[in-house]
Design a protein around this ligand. Structure first.
Ligand SMILES: [Ca+2]
Ligand SMILES: [Ca+2]
Ligand SMILES: [Ca+2]
Ligand SMILES: [Ca+2]
Length: 142
């Protein structure tokens, strides 16, 4: 009986949280689409590609971001960006060391940045940071 009450309470709390969620919030369930627990890199890329930062920051439209293009795009969020991805993120992301970040390098780097426990999957608590950074005033709020 107690269990049934708990289940009912949990279900109604869940329903309320769905109603309360802002329409544009990033929803974990929308990104985690393959039925396997966690958001893997391809699920992440599909979701994160809805964000237009890469294209917006790519001032010369060559499908790569230089350190200058990042700097201009990130603007006032520079220290928050460094906190999120770690000092030296540019060189870490630049896997082929050509002083520019390709789209693949970008999504790899961003993904690794959110995978705080380095298990190659983004769990729901880690996903909270993705939602914050893509939301209003976030690092990737364009
Ligand atoms: Ca999944
Ligand atoms: Ca560019
Ligand atoms: Ca590169
Ligand atoms: Ca993880």
């Amino acid at each position: 009986m107690i269990d049934k009450i708990k289940t009912t309470l949990a279900a109604s709390t869940f329903a309320l949280s769905l109603i309360a969620a802002p329409a544009l919030a990033q929803e974990y369930g929308d990104w985690d689409t393959d039925g396997a627990a966690g958001i893997n890199e391809s699920e992440f890329r599909t979701g994160f590609e809805n964000n237009t930062a890469f294209d917006t920051w790519d001032a010369n439209d060559d499908s790569a971001l230089t350190e200058d293009e990042f700097g201009t795009g990130i603007g006032d969020n520079e220290s928050a960006f460094n906190d999120r991805f770690g000092d030296g993120w540019f060189n870490e992301w630049d896997a082929d060391s050509n002083d520019s970040i390709s789209e693949d390098e970008y999504y790899d780097g961003v993904y690794a940045g959110y995978d705080a426990n380095n298990n190659n999957v983004i769990e729901e608590p880690e996903f909270g940071d993705v939602g914050d950074d893509m939301g209003d005033g976030g690092l990737f709020d364009i």
